[in-house]
Design a binder for this molecule. Structure first.
Ligand code: FES
Ligand code: FES
Length: 167
């Protein structure tokens, strides 16, 4: 079957099997491998992307369900070579170790900051409770989100769609 969606600002139409997950479509058909798959069962958040302004675990959504949607992945966050404020904060605060969870953490963090531009430490932890990290102990990830909040509203927005984002 054909599915059409806007991915990182580009219109895409592709053939997919009806059972194909959005995560596999992004990775295997579109080559957007920043979206990782850690569990395939909605548990880890490594596959988090933004669909029509909502953070979504893309292993939980069929590609066909994203028909007509605006999808943003990690690859769509930078603008003119400049990192998104959340990416920059993960870098400056060293919010990662192996990096496997990082793409999903960054996307989920944008959703957290869209809903709450000035979160507390606890609110960041609660906002990211659907995303698991096996390496960092979470401290630097939380610090990165708090640092990103200093950038203001841009930290809770995605450039490709100019949409408001919610967790
Ligand atoms: S791969 Fe989607 S939640 Fe783990
Ligand atoms: S940095 Fe390794 S899983 Fe999070």
């Amino acid at each position: 079957m054909q599915v059409s969606m806007t991915v990182n600002g580009q219109q895409r139409t592709d053939e997919v099997e009806p059972r194909m997950l959005l995560a596999h479509h992004l990775r295997d058909n579109l080559g957007l491998t920043a979206t990782n798959i850690g569990c395939d069962s909605t548990s880890c958040g490594a596959c988090t992307v933004i669909v029509d302004g909502l953070t979504v675990k893309s292993c939980t959504v069929l590609a066909l369900q994203a028909e007509g949607s605006e999808v943003t992945t990690l690859e769509g966050l930078s603008t003119d070579g400049e990192m998104h404020p959340v990416q920059a904060a993960f870098r400056s605060e060293h919010g990662l170790q192996c990096g496997f969870c990082t793409s999903g953490m960054v996307m989920a963090s944008i959703g957290v900051l869209a809903d709450n531009p000035n979160p507390t430490d606890r609110e960041v932890r609660e906002g990211l409770e659907g995303n698991l990290c096996r390496c960092t102990g979470y401290h630097n990830i939380v610090q990165a989100v708090l640092k990103a909040a200093e950038a203001g509203p841009a930290a809770g927005q995605v450039p490709s769609s100019q949409q408001e984002v919610s967790a």
